[in-house]
Design a binder for this molecule. Structure first.
Ligand code: UDP
Ligand code: MG
Length: 325
């Protein structure tokens, strides 16, 4: 009989002491159910990645690990953000398991979709995206901004799966190729499709956070969209170039118009229009400089090639690793 795949559920946690006691047993139950259904190996694990929490999150993770061998935890040396925390967990997992599923720890993503994800993997898919089918529990405002986010991203050339965040199954094979994507500025949901391999989506309804508060208010979401776009694509620079060309043509027409007016003897008082044009051009130029500056900043960070994550503590032994990482 073929060996059952070994699954790691990778869960980033930042200041989640309120949520973890509620959701950790759910993840364990899911592993046990999948084992009982004969779909995965009993050596499967729930791997919590503590992202430099300031509350008791790490102590909680350690106590889970002491209680049940299916729980393990790794801790980042400081807070580095959601994306880097997920990456740390995936890189930890890639050499010891066959499949990973990354999911947030707040219970918003339906863990029952994992069954379909594993089924899709058993059918030969190496990447399975969890896609939210509806957003009824979100406020209208959150829904509008979140959906606008995906449209903006795609328009700007960052190919992301619509309504898919970071709930996805990735096989260890894909992860080992993913490890060759060395960029420091990471945006996982845009990068994973770039690796390729057979992929599919499963749909689920997104629930409300079980406890605690979102770390992604509008301001951070806008930052994430802007970062995601400039991390993945140079389209904004091209769009700006196109826009610049358009503005130049308009300006040229304006100049012709001014000359014709001047020759035809109409002396234009012209103060208002001059000020408008100067302001407009000034604004556009600053905006363009800002976008270009953003790219230069990213290049600066890339040239430094700082580590993307640093793991300071583990609740498990590295000797369990099957491959050299
Ligand atoms: N998170 C993290 N590091 C951070 C911020 C968030 O690891 O700096 C984790 C957090 O614990 C949660 C997930 O990322 O598991 C998503 O965060 P949240 O639920 O606040 O975002 P939302 O679902 O509201 O977009
Ligand atoms: Mg959440």
């Amino acid at each position: 009989m073929e060996a059952k795949p070994l699954l790691w559920i990778v869960i980033p946690c930042y200041n989640e002491e309120k949520v973890l006691p509620l959701t950790a047993p759910m993840f364990l139950q899911k592993i046990q159910d999948l084992v009982a259904a004969g779909k995965i190996s009993d050596k499967s694990r729930v791997c919590f990645v503590n992202d430099g929490s300031k509350d008791r999150t790490w102590e909680l993770i350690q106590s889970f690990a002491a209680r049940d061998e299916h729980f393990i935890g790794i801790s980042q040396s400081r807070n580095r953000g959601h994306q880097n925390a997920v990456l740390a967990g995936l890189m930890e997992a890639k050499d010891v398991c066959d499949i990973t599923i990354s999911i947030d720890c707040d219970g918003q993503d339906d863990i029952n979709a994992m069954d379909q994800m594993v089924d899709a993997y058993l059918d030969g898919c190496e990447v399975v995206y969890g896609v939210r089918s509806k957003r009824e529990t979100d406020t209208a405002f959150k829904r509008l901004t979140a959906e606008g986010f995906y449209h903006l991203m795609n328009w700007m050339g960052a190919e992301v799966v619509f309504n898919h965040a970071d709930y996805r199954l990735i096989s260890a094979r894909v992860l080992r190729h993913f490890a060759d994507f060395k960029e420091v500025n990471i945006f996982l949901r845009g990068m994973v499709p770039l690796v390729g391999f057979k992929s599919t989506s499963v749909y689920y309804a997104r629930a409300e956070r079980i406890a605690g508060e979102s770390h992604y208010p509008l301001k951070k979401m806008l930052a994430l969209a802007f970062d995601g776009i400039t991390r993945l694509s140079v389209k904004p620079i091209r769009r700006i170039a196109g826009f610049g060309a358009g503005v130049s043509v308009l300006s040229f027409i304006g100049i012709l118009w001014a000359i014709v007016m001047a020759f035809s003897g109409h002396v234009v008082a012209g103060w208002a229009s001059t000020v408008c044009i100067v302001c407009f051009m000034g604004g556009i130029q600053l905006l363009c400089l800002g976008v270009i500056g953003e790219y230069i900043g990213k290049i600066y960070m890339e040239t430094k090639a700082r580590p993307r994550y640093i793991i300071s503590e583990r609740t498990w032994q590295n000797s369990e690793r099957r491959y050299k990482g």
